[in-house]
Design a protein around this ligand. Sequence first.
Ligand code: C2E
Ligand code: MG
Ligand code: MG
Ligand code: MG
Length: 288
Amino acid sequence: AAKNSGRNRYAWFDLSMERELQARNELESGLRAAIPRLEIVPYFEQQIDLTTGRLGGFEVLARWEHPTRGLIVPDKFIPIAEETGMIADLSLSIMRQAFVAAKDWDPGLSLSVNISPWQLKDAWLAQKIIKVLTETGFPASRLEIEITESSLFDNLALAQSIVGSLKNQGIRLALDDFGTGYSSLAHLRALPFDRIKIDKSFVMSINDNSESAAIVNAITRLGDSLNLPITAEGIEDASIEERLRALGCSKGQGYLYGRPLSVANVRRLLAEKGCCAMPCRSSPSPRR
Ligand code: C2E
Ligand code: MG
Ligand code: MG
Ligand code: MG
Protein backbone atom coordinates (compact mmCIF):
# COMPACT_ATOMS: atom_id res chain seq x y z
CA ALA A 1 0.00 0.00 0.00
CA ALA A 2 2.84 2.33 0.92
CA LYS A 3 4.49 1.63 -2.38
CA ASN A 4 1.25 2.32 -4.21
CA SER A 5 0.58 5.65 -2.53
CA GLY A 6 4.19 6.60 -3.19
CA ARG A 7 3.74 5.87 -6.82
CA ASN A 8 0.48 7.82 -6.85
CA ARG A 9 2.24 10.71 -5.28
CA TYR A 10 4.85 10.73 -8.01
CA ALA A 11 2.14 10.44 -10.59
CA TRP A 12 0.41 13.43 -9.04
CA PHE A 13 3.62 15.48 -9.08
CA ASP A 14 4.22 14.57 -12.71
CA LEU A 15 0.71 15.58 -13.60
CA SER A 16 0.87 18.95 -11.87
CA MET A 17 4.27 19.69 -13.39
CA GLU A 18 2.95 18.73 -16.76
CA ARG A 19 -0.04 21.03 -16.33
CA GLU A 20 2.24 23.86 -15.28
CA LEU A 21 4.45 23.32 -18.30
CA GLN A 22 1.41 23.21 -20.56
CA ALA A 23 0.01 26.43 -19.09
CA ARG A 24 3.37 28.10 -19.66
CA ASN A 25 3.56 26.86 -23.23
CA GLU A 26 0.07 28.16 -23.90
CA LEU A 27 1.00 31.53 -22.43
CA GLU A 28 4.14 31.62 -24.58
CA SER A 29 2.41 30.80 -27.87
CA GLY A 30 -0.47 33.10 -26.93
CA LEU A 31 2.00 35.92 -26.30
CA ARG A 32 3.76 35.33 -29.62
CA ALA A 33 0.43 35.83 -31.41
CA ALA A 34 -0.72 38.66 -29.13
CA ILE A 35 2.14 41.06 -29.97
CA PRO A 36 1.38 41.51 -33.72
CA ARG A 37 -2.34 41.61 -32.92
CA LEU A 38 -1.67 44.58 -30.62
CA GLU A 39 -3.24 42.83 -27.65
CA ILE A 40 -0.29 44.02 -25.54
CA VAL A 41 -1.19 47.64 -24.95
CA PRO A 42 0.21 50.56 -22.98
CA TYR A 43 -1.49 51.72 -19.80
CA PHE A 44 -0.50 55.03 -18.25
CA GLU A 45 0.24 55.77 -14.61
CA GLN A 46 0.16 59.44 -13.62
CA GLN A 47 3.41 61.02 -12.43
CA ILE A 48 2.82 64.06 -10.27
CA ASP A 49 5.16 67.02 -9.79
CA LEU A 50 5.19 67.04 -5.98
CA THR A 51 6.21 70.69 -5.70
CA THR A 52 3.21 71.96 -7.69
CA GLY A 53 0.76 69.05 -7.38
CA ARG A 54 0.37 69.03 -11.14
CA LEU A 55 0.42 66.17 -13.58
CA GLY A 56 3.88 65.96 -15.14
CA GLY A 57 3.49 62.88 -17.30
CA PHE A 58 2.95 59.14 -17.22
CA GLU A 59 4.81 55.88 -16.74
CA VAL A 60 3.94 53.49 -19.55
CA LEU A 61 3.00 50.03 -18.23
CA ALA A 62 2.32 46.99 -20.40
CA ARG A 63 -1.03 45.19 -20.14
CA TRP A 64 -2.26 42.16 -22.05
CA GLU A 65 -5.86 42.62 -23.13
CA HIS A 66 -6.54 38.91 -23.46
CA PRO A 67 -9.62 38.12 -25.56
CA THR A 68 -10.94 35.54 -23.06
CA ARG A 69 -8.96 36.04 -19.84
CA GLY A 70 -9.32 39.80 -19.47
CA LEU A 71 -6.50 42.10 -18.42
CA ILE A 72 -3.22 40.32 -17.62
CA VAL A 73 -0.53 42.14 -15.56
CA PRO A 74 3.10 42.32 -16.69
CA ASP A 75 4.48 40.05 -13.94
CA LYS A 76 2.72 37.20 -15.75
CA PHE A 77 4.16 37.78 -19.23
CA ILE A 78 7.25 40.06 -19.12
CA PRO A 79 9.46 37.27 -17.67
CA ILE A 80 8.33 34.93 -20.49
CA ALA A 81 8.95 37.67 -23.06
CA GLU A 82 12.45 38.10 -21.63
CA GLU A 83 13.29 34.38 -21.62
CA THR A 84 12.12 33.92 -25.21
CA GLY A 85 13.54 37.12 -26.69
CA MET A 86 10.04 38.43 -27.48
CA ILE A 87 10.68 41.38 -25.13
CA ALA A 88 12.39 43.29 -27.96
CA ASP A 89 9.32 43.29 -30.23
CA LEU A 90 6.94 43.70 -27.30
CA SER A 91 8.82 46.74 -26.03
CA LEU A 92 8.95 48.51 -29.39
CA SER A 93 5.26 47.78 -29.97
CA ILE A 94 4.33 49.27 -26.58
CA MET A 95 6.47 52.34 -27.31
CA ARG A 96 4.98 52.84 -30.76
CA GLN A 97 1.42 52.71 -29.42
CA ALA A 98 2.25 54.98 -26.46
CA PHE A 99 4.04 57.57 -28.64
CA VAL A 100 1.20 57.67 -31.17
CA ALA A 101 -1.28 58.35 -28.37
CA ALA A 102 0.82 60.80 -26.35
CA LYS A 103 2.11 63.01 -29.13
CA ASP A 104 -1.27 64.77 -29.23
CA TRP A 105 -1.36 65.37 -25.47
CA ASP A 106 -0.04 68.52 -23.80
CA PRO A 107 3.62 68.90 -24.85
CA GLY A 108 4.50 69.43 -21.19
CA LEU A 109 3.63 65.81 -20.44
CA SER A 110 6.51 63.31 -20.44
CA LEU A 111 6.50 59.55 -20.88
CA SER A 112 8.61 57.07 -18.91
CA VAL A 113 9.05 53.67 -20.51
CA ASN A 114 10.54 50.56 -18.93
CA ILE A 115 13.44 48.79 -20.59
CA SER A 116 14.43 45.30 -19.57
CA PRO A 117 18.17 44.89 -18.79
CA TRP A 118 18.00 42.08 -21.32
CA GLN A 119 17.42 44.65 -24.10
CA LEU A 120 20.73 46.35 -23.36
CA LYS A 121 22.43 43.40 -25.08
CA ASP A 122 21.03 44.53 -28.45
CA ALA A 123 23.59 46.77 -30.13
CA TRP A 124 20.83 48.27 -32.31
CA LEU A 125 18.47 49.13 -29.45
CA ALA A 126 19.10 52.89 -29.55
CA GLN A 127 18.63 53.03 -33.34
CA LYS A 128 15.37 51.06 -33.03
CA ILE A 129 13.97 53.39 -30.36
CA ILE A 130 15.02 56.50 -32.30
CA LYS A 131 13.33 55.06 -35.40
CA VAL A 132 10.04 54.65 -33.50
CA LEU A 133 10.35 58.24 -32.24
CA THR A 134 10.94 59.53 -35.78
CA GLU A 135 8.12 57.50 -37.30
CA THR A 136 5.59 58.52 -34.67
CA GLY A 137 6.71 62.14 -34.34
CA PHE A 138 7.04 61.93 -30.56
CA PRO A 139 9.86 64.24 -29.36
CA ALA A 140 12.89 62.57 -27.72
CA SER A 141 12.97 65.37 -25.16
CA ARG A 142 9.67 64.12 -23.70
CA LEU A 143 10.96 60.58 -23.23
CA GLU A 144 12.54 59.04 -20.15
CA ILE A 145 13.77 55.45 -20.09
CA GLU A 146 13.66 53.45 -16.86
CA ILE A 147 16.17 50.69 -16.26
CA THR A 148 15.95 48.39 -13.23
CA GLU A 149 19.15 47.74 -11.40
CA SER A 150 18.82 43.95 -11.10
CA SER A 151 21.60 42.22 -13.07
CA LEU A 152 21.99 45.45 -14.93
CA PHE A 153 25.22 45.24 -16.81
CA ASP A 154 26.26 41.91 -18.27
CA ASN A 155 28.04 43.85 -20.97
CA LEU A 156 28.72 47.23 -19.45
CA ALA A 157 30.54 48.69 -22.46
CA LEU A 158 27.64 47.86 -24.78
CA ALA A 159 25.06 49.21 -22.29
CA GLN A 160 27.08 52.42 -22.01
CA SER A 161 27.27 52.87 -25.77
CA ILE A 162 23.51 52.26 -26.21
CA VAL A 163 22.70 54.70 -23.43
CA GLY A 164 25.15 57.23 -24.88
CA SER A 165 23.32 57.16 -28.23
CA LEU A 166 19.95 57.61 -26.50
CA LYS A 167 21.19 60.51 -24.38
CA ASN A 168 22.67 62.20 -27.45
CA GLN A 169 19.11 62.44 -28.75
CA GLY A 170 17.96 64.15 -25.55
CA ILE A 171 16.34 61.07 -23.98
CA ARG A 172 16.63 60.95 -20.17
CA LEU A 173 17.58 57.92 -18.09
CA ALA A 174 16.12 56.82 -14.74
CA LEU A 175 17.34 54.09 -12.38
CA ASP A 176 14.17 52.16 -11.47
CA ASP A 177 13.33 50.34 -8.23
CA PHE A 178 16.37 51.78 -6.50
CA GLY A 179 17.28 50.01 -3.26
CA THR A 180 16.03 46.56 -4.24
CA GLY A 181 18.98 45.28 -6.28
CA TYR A 182 22.44 44.50 -5.05
CA SER A 183 25.36 46.96 -5.17
CA SER A 184 22.99 49.79 -6.01
CA LEU A 185 25.64 52.43 -5.47
CA ALA A 186 27.97 50.93 -8.06
CA HIS A 187 25.12 50.95 -10.60
CA LEU A 188 24.65 54.66 -10.09
CA ARG A 189 28.11 55.33 -11.47
CA ALA A 190 27.98 52.80 -14.30
CA LEU A 191 25.49 54.73 -16.44
CA PRO A 192 24.75 58.48 -16.69
CA PHE A 193 21.40 58.47 -14.88
CA ASP A 194 19.30 61.65 -14.72
CA ARG A 195 16.95 60.46 -11.97
CA ILE A 196 16.49 57.84 -9.25
CA LYS A 197 13.18 56.09 -8.61
CA ILE A 198 12.71 54.79 -5.07
CA ASP A 199 11.06 51.38 -5.08
CA LYS A 200 7.47 51.25 -3.91
CA SER A 201 8.24 48.67 -1.20
CA PHE A 202 10.03 51.37 0.84
CA VAL A 203 7.57 54.16 0.06
CA MET A 204 4.44 52.17 0.86
CA SER A 205 5.70 51.21 4.32
CA ILE A 206 7.34 54.52 5.24
CA ASN A 207 4.79 55.24 8.00
CA ASP A 208 4.79 51.76 9.52
CA ASN A 209 8.40 50.70 9.29
CA SER A 210 11.31 52.72 10.69
CA GLU A 211 13.81 50.93 8.46
CA SER A 212 11.86 51.90 5.34
CA ALA A 213 11.75 55.49 6.59
CA ALA A 214 15.52 55.44 7.16
CA ILE A 215 16.15 54.02 3.69
CA VAL A 216 13.91 56.59 1.97
CA ASN A 217 15.67 59.28 3.96
CA ALA A 218 19.10 58.07 2.92
CA ILE A 219 18.13 57.76 -0.76
CA THR A 220 16.77 61.31 -0.88
CA ARG A 221 19.97 62.64 0.70
CA LEU A 222 22.02 60.63 -1.78
CA GLY A 223 20.00 62.19 -4.58
CA ASP A 224 20.70 65.64 -3.13
CA SER A 225 24.46 65.11 -2.99
CA LEU A 226 24.62 63.58 -6.47
CA ASN A 227 22.28 66.23 -7.87
CA LEU A 228 19.84 63.59 -9.06
CA PRO A 229 16.11 64.31 -8.74
CA ILE A 230 14.01 61.57 -7.15
CA THR A 231 10.71 59.94 -8.09
CA ALA A 232 8.86 58.01 -5.41
CA GLU A 233 6.61 55.19 -6.61
CA GLY A 234 3.87 53.54 -4.54
CA ILE A 235 2.37 56.66 -2.90
CA GLU A 236 -0.90 55.28 -1.56
CA ASP A 237 -2.13 58.05 0.74
CA ALA A 238 -1.79 61.77 1.43
CA SER A 239 0.35 61.36 4.56
CA ILE A 240 2.96 59.44 2.54
CA GLU A 241 2.83 62.11 -0.17
CA GLU A 242 3.41 64.82 2.44
CA ARG A 243 6.47 63.05 3.89
CA LEU A 244 8.03 62.56 0.47
CA ARG A 245 7.43 66.15 -0.48
CA ALA A 246 9.05 67.25 2.78
CA LEU A 247 12.05 65.05 1.96
CA GLY A 248 12.41 66.85 -1.36
CA CYS A 249 11.22 64.19 -3.82
CA SER A 250 10.42 66.04 -7.03
CA LYS A 251 7.98 63.51 -8.49
CA GLY A 252 5.54 60.95 -7.15
CA GLN A 253 3.28 58.26 -8.48
CA GLY A 254 0.94 55.75 -6.91
CA TYR A 255 -2.62 54.71 -6.26
CA LEU A 256 -3.33 57.98 -4.42
CA TYR A 257 -3.52 59.56 -7.87
CA GLY A 258 -5.34 56.63 -9.46
CA ARG A 259 -4.71 53.28 -11.09
CA PRO A 260 -2.91 53.01 -14.46
CA LEU A 261 -5.27 54.18 -17.25
CA SER A 262 -6.02 53.02 -20.77
CA VAL A 263 -5.48 55.48 -23.65
CA ALA A 264 -9.22 56.23 -23.71
CA ASN A 265 -9.25 56.99 -19.99
CA VAL A 266 -6.17 59.23 -20.23
CA ARG A 267 -7.99 61.24 -22.91
CA ARG A 268 -10.98 61.53 -20.58
CA LEU A 269 -8.74 62.62 -17.69
CA LEU A 270 -6.96 65.26 -19.78
CA ALA A 271 -10.27 66.61 -21.07
CA GLU A 272 -11.55 66.90 -17.48
CA LYS A 273 -8.41 68.67 -16.33
CA GLY A 274 -8.45 71.07 -19.26
CA CYS A 275 -5.42 69.25 -20.62
CA CYS A 276 -3.05 69.74 -17.75
CA ALA A 277 -3.59 73.45 -17.23
CA MET A 278 -4.95 72.62 -13.78
CA PRO A 279 -3.65 70.62 -10.83
CA CYS A 280 -4.11 66.95 -11.57
CA ARG A 281 -6.18 66.08 -8.52
CA SER A 282 -9.79 67.14 -8.45
CA SER A 283 -9.61 68.13 -4.79
CA PRO A 284 -6.01 68.94 -3.96
CA SER A 285 -5.18 68.81 -0.26
CA PRO A 286 -4.14 72.13 1.28
CA ARG A 287 -0.37 72.45 1.03
CA ARG A 288 1.95 73.71 3.82
P1 C2E B 1 7.75 49.25 -12.04
O1 C2E B 1 8.43 49.87 -13.21
O2 C2E B 1 8.40 49.40 -10.73
O3 C2E B 1 6.27 49.84 -12.08
C1 C2E B 1 5.53 50.21 -10.99
C2 C2E B 1 4.55 49.14 -10.61
O4 C2E B 1 3.99 49.48 -9.37
C3 C2E B 1 3.38 49.03 -11.58
O5 C2E B 1 2.92 47.70 -11.56
C4 C2E B 1 2.32 49.88 -10.91
O6 C2E B 1 1.01 49.58 -11.31
C5 C2E B 1 2.57 49.55 -9.47
N1 C2E B 1 2.13 50.61 -8.58
C6 C2E B 1 2.12 51.92 -8.83
N2 C2E B 1 1.66 52.62 -7.80
C7 C2E B 1 1.34 51.74 -6.83
C8 C2E B 1 0.81 51.88 -5.50
O7 C2E B 1 0.50 52.97 -4.99
N3 C2E B 1 0.64 50.74 -4.79
C9 C2E B 1 0.95 49.51 -5.32
N4 C2E B 1 0.73 48.45 -4.53
N5 C2E B 1 1.45 49.35 -6.55
C10 C2E B 1 1.65 50.45 -7.32
P2 C2E B 1 2.73 46.89 -12.90
O8 C2E B 1 2.03 47.71 -13.91
O9 C2E B 1 2.12 45.58 -12.48
O10 C2E B 1 4.19 46.68 -13.39
C11 C2E B 1 5.06 45.84 -12.71
C12 C2E B 1 6.43 45.88 -13.31
O11 C2E B 1 6.41 45.32 -14.64
C13 C2E B 1 6.96 47.29 -13.50
O12 C2E B 1 7.50 47.71 -12.28
C14 C2E B 1 7.99 47.09 -14.61
O13 C2E B 1 9.24 46.72 -14.06
C15 C2E B 1 7.43 45.93 -15.40
N6 C2E B 1 6.87 46.44 -16.66
C16 C2E B 1 5.66 46.95 -16.89
N7 C2E B 1 5.52 47.30 -18.20
C17 C2E B 1 6.69 47.00 -18.80
C18 C2E B 1 7.18 47.12 -20.16
O14 C2E B 1 6.50 47.60 -21.07
N8 C2E B 1 8.48 46.70 -20.39
C19 C2E B 1 9.26 46.16 -19.41
N9 C2E B 1 10.49 45.78 -19.72
N10 C2E B 1 8.83 46.03 -18.14
C20 C2E B 1 7.55 46.45 -17.83
MG1 MG C 1 9.23 51.50 -13.94
MG1 MG D 1 9.66 51.07 -10.47
MG1 MG E 1 8.86 48.78 -8.61
